[in-house]
Design a protein around this ligand. Structure first.
Ligand SMILES: *[C@@H]1O[C@H](CO)[C@@H](O)[C@H](O)[C@H]1NC(C)=O
Ligand SMILES: *[C@@H]1O[C@H](CO)[C@@H](O)[C@H](O)[C@H]1NC(C)=O
Ligand SMILES: *[C@@H]1O[C@H](CO)[C@@H](O)[C@H](O)[C@H]1NC(C)=O
Ligand SMILES: *[C@@H]1O[C@H](CO)[C@@H](O)[C@H](O)[C@H]1NC(C)=O
Length: 442
């Protein structure tokens, strides 16, 4: 009898031991909360791995770490991301992008009409809210939050496929300037994608967290976000582990597209000088634009690049003999140096400092009071822009995180905190700042 009891005791002990050892050697738990960056032009999803303590930005089947923020409607499907962009040329009026510019916002009717004129798709006014008119088999309207939900659903699926678990919870970032209504509609988009939002975090705060600034002793952090079309500068202040936005300013008409445009103007003029024929064929302009865009990216790493573009220049003949018009295939070649690129854009680059000075003035700070500078957005890779900022402040900005992934990296860290897998329970609590307004230079 006592033998049996002691045997049962040993079995129980063995089970406990097995359980304990199992816990030690089992793979760490899978993240259950994802971090989402729903951007105006690109979106990304990331997770915090409690085992390694690292953030992973999740790639799609082809290894791409962000998807374009576009959704396309056909007779048979709703496509999001790269698949939508692939269709955009053939289905422009049913491919919606930039939906973030409309989400949760109330518009004056005239403003919406102007906005609509800028896009190949139709923007309509539904009691002051923007909606997009889609015409496939039948005609219907979709809301900006529905567009957002399709992008978020796509990212949720990417995360589920990669992690092999069901995901129902997320943290999401929004621009610091978003008001309560815009935040609510962003949450609504996530809810439509089957996600519960545990926290909404400001994009500049997320970028600061990507650099671990929530854990170190800093007070004033300046975040410069320069993307394809807009510049946003935010001054953050950290008090007791929490970030507050002290001031915001920006320029909603300054970004990478403008820098490419200057290079396009320059090369177009070179073509005219060299061949004596102006660039008029849509296809030629498209080719040159692509070459110039590639050159701009290369100039970040190389001091000079050579562009080679086959063109079909259209010779219009003279006004008396229009039948004399011919195509004149040529190869346009040009060496573009970084110096030339910087010269062409010098006045635009200088404009970056205006909102920087404004946030310092509004935050009642001297530039020496800024402890860390964080750069976000692809255009902050441009060496001249980095130099401009470091010279102004007399210190180096934080650049070790990919500027396109800084926001999603920070949101994923916050997701890790919310998922309870972060050893330090500090987190970025944010009070929506009703009294703050954003100064815009443009
Ligand atoms: C559009 O028509 C196709 C057949 O032509 C049908 O399969 C499809 O379900 C229709 N789509 C919608 C959204 O009604
Ligand atoms: C946002 O959502 C909260 C919670 O659902 C609600 O109390 C609040 O009134 C909403 N605010 C706006 C401006 O829609
Ligand atoms: C840019 O660099 C990549 C690889 O470094 C190269 O394949 C490409 O041809 C370059 N483009 C231009 C315009 O020089
Ligand atoms: C960047 O941020 C870290 C904090 O994580 C800090 O220690 C470092 O000095 C910062 N500055 C630069 C230029 O990297």
């Amino acid at each position: 009898m006592s033998g049996e009891i002691s045997m049962i005791g040993s079995v129980i002990l063995a089970l406990f031991l097995a359980g304990y050892l199992g816990q030690q050697y089992l793979p760490p738990p899978k993240p259950k909360v994802i971090g989402l960056d729903l951007g105006t032009t690109f979106c990304s999803v990331g997770v915090f791995h409690p085992g390694s303590g690292e953030v992973e930005v999740i790639a799609d089947e082809e290894g791409r770490k962000s998807i374009p923020s576009a959704v396309s409607f056909t007779n048979t499907a709703v496509l999001a991301g790269h698949e939508a962009v692939d269709l955009a040329d053939n289905n422009p009026q049913n491919t919606v992008y930039d939906a973030k510019r409309f989400i949760g916002k109330i518009f004056e009717p005239e403003v919406l009409e102007q906005e609509s004129a800028r896009y190949p798709f139709k923007v309509i006014n539904k009691n002051g809210n923007a909606e997009f008119l889609i015409s496939t088999n039948h005609t219907f309207a979709v809301s900006p939050e529905f567009i957002g939900s399709r992008l978020l659903l796509k990212m949720r699926k990417m995360a589920e496929r990669h992690l092999g678990v069901l995901i129902q919870k997320a943290v999401i970032s929004v621009p610091a300037e978003f008001d309560e209504r815009q935040r609510n509609y962003t949450v609504k988009a996530a809810n439509l994608a089957g996600l519960e939002i545990l926290r909404v975090i400001n994009e500049p705060t997320a970028a600061a967290m990507a650099y671990g600034l929530h854990k170190v002793d800093v007070f004033n952090v300046l975040v410069v976000d320069l993307g394809g079309g807009t510049l946003d500068v935010s001054l953050l202040n950290k008090q007791g582990g929490m970030f507050f936005t002290r001031a915001m300013a920006g320029n909603n008409k300054l970004g990478g597209q403008d820098f490419s445009q200057r290079l396009l103007q320059y090369t177009t003029e070179r073509v005219r000088q060299e061949f004596g024929i102006p660039l008029t064929l849509k296809e030629d302009i498209h080719r040159l634009r692509q070459a110039v865009e590639a050159a701009k990216l290369n100039l970040t790493l190389q001091p000079s690049v050579t562009i080679r573009v086959p063109l079909h220049l259209h010779n219009h003949g003279s006004s008396e003999t229009p039948e004399g018009a011919t195509l004149a295939p040529v190869l346009f070649q040009a060496v573009i140096t970084r110096e030339l690129f910087e010269e062409l854009n010098d006045d635009l680059f200088q404009k970056i400092l205006a909102p920087v000075k404004t946030v310092l003035a509004e935050g009642h700070l001297e530039k020496e009071d800024v402890d860390e500078i964080v750069l976000v957005g692809g255009s902050t890779r441009i060496p001249r822009i980095r130099r401009l900022i470091s010279e102004y402040f007399g210190k180096e900005p934080n650049t070790s995180v990919d500027p396109d992934l800084a926001v999603v990296t920070g949101v994923a860290i916050q997701a890790g905190i919310m998922g309870g897998s972060w050893p330090l329970q500090v987190s970025a609590i944010e009070i929506p700042n009703k009294h703050l307004h954003k100064t815009n230079f443009s």
